[in-house]
Design a protein around this ligand. Structure first.
Ligand code: GDP
Length: 195
């Protein structure tokens, strides 16, 4: 699959505000700073479509992009900010879980984890939700260029074990710097959405 156009559609604060219509949808999830915006930009061949920002306030919305006029790529709010109050964290959880539970157009979720670190409790929570709602999932281990190839492969095994990944769920090593893994991710999106 080749992405030839990608345009921002809208931001939503909850399921009710998500755009209507029947475009199949793939969402990107992961903790803040994991490299979600960078992955997005590599997939759509843009330097700056989704902002790469470390500011928590600007990333608390569900952001919709239309790809090739055919499918929605959805940027879910990053989770796991240490400085965020418990009440706000709970709101994020509600928003994300509400979307996952109720969004009929959703065909699959790409869950990003940092290949250098063991998945966090938030990552486990997210993966467990995805499985509870029977949403096809691919886990993408980001920032592969920061480790030797051998170490990265070792860490993939840790991720698989720690999240208790289902055998059917792909695990892709990715780097926004080298583009490694990009084609695999595009193939997964194509297979999920059938576009
Ligand atoms: P987000 O908060 O999940 O959207 O994360 P960003 O995409 O903004 O990335 C957070 C930081 O990690 C930025 O400084 C990026 O340049 C860096 N980063 C993201 N992906 C990669 C990667 O694959 N390799 C390297 N070396 N740095 C990355």
């Amino acid at each position: 699959m080749k992405i030839t156009s990608a345009d921002f559609v809208t931001s939503a604060t909850n399921l009710d505000k998500c755009p209507a219509g029947s475009h199949p949808e793939v969402a990107l999830a992961g903790r803040s700073n994991v490299g979600k915006s960078s992955l997005f930009n590599v997939l759509v061949n843009r330097k700056r479509l989704a902002r790469t920002s470390n500011t928590p306030g600007r990333t608390q919305l569900i952001n919709f992009f239309i790809i090739n006029d055919k499918l929605h790529l959805v940027d879910l709010p990053g989770y796991g900010f240490a400085k965020v109050p418990v009440r706000v964290k709970a709101q994020w959880g509600k928003m994300i879980e509400g979307y996952l539970a109720g969004r009929e157009q959703l065909r699959g979720v790409i869950l990003l984890v940092d290949v250098r670190h063991k998945p966090t409790q938030d990552d486990q929570q997210m993966y467990n939700w995805l499985k509870a709602y029977r949403i096809p999932t691919a886990v993408v281990a980001t920032k592969a260029d920061k480790l030797s190839r051998g170490r990265a492969i070792q860490n993939l095994a840790v991720v698989r074990k720690n999240l208790q990944l289902a055998d059917a769920d792909p695990l892709v090593l990715f780097s926004a710097v080298t583009g490694q893994g990009k084609e695999d991710i595009l193939t997964i999106i194509k297979n999920w959405t059938m576009v």
